[in-house]
Design a protein. Structure first.
Length: 153
């Protein structure tokens, strides 16, 4: 096999990869959207969904898809995302790293840190509340980071 054919074979064996950050105002559902995506596509580790449901039942809390992503105790206790979380997701076309960024103004540095690794972004906006202060701020920061692949959800 010559060098050109070998390079072509290597390129077809490697799937595309994309890092996507989910951003937006606090409590607009970023972690919930990601948790639901993973649950509905059966992309969670085996037993994870049942483990979180059982934990909610034991602690007399209603189940939330966000709990699948928010791993820190403080995040679950306060129902907020504090630090950017990374989860892996794949489709038949490519592998993704989904980055869940915090929406609180106090954690804007963590949002920027998570977003700085992304090639694309999903700006989650609550349909009832509409665009809020951090929705605009996050959109502007994405632009400053050079992320031009943006989806509004």
């Amino acid at each position: 096999m010559n060098k050109m054919n070998l390079n072509a074979q290597i390129e077809t064996d490697v799937q595309e990869k994309m890092d996507i950050v989910f951003v937006g105002h606090v409590d607009h559902g970023k972690s919930t959207v990601i948790g639901r995506l993973l649950a509905d596509t059966h992309s969670l580790p085996e037993g994870k969904l049942e483990q979180v449901r059982k934990n909610c039942e034991i602690n007399s809390k209603p189940f939330e898809y966000a709990y699948l992503i928010d791993a820190l105790k403080d995040e679950r206790a306060q129902n907020i995302t504090i630090d950017s979380a990374r989860v892996f997701f794949k489709s038949s076309k490519r592998h993704y790293i989904i980055i869940d960024a915090p929406g609180h103004i106090e954690f804007i540095k963590n949002m920027v840190t998570g977003a700085s690794r992304a090639e694309a972004a999903v700006l989650v906006i609550d349909a009832l509340e509409g665009i809020q202060e951090n929705s605009r701020r996050h959109g502007y920061l994405l632009w400053m980071l050079g992320i031009n692949k943006l989806l509004f959800w």
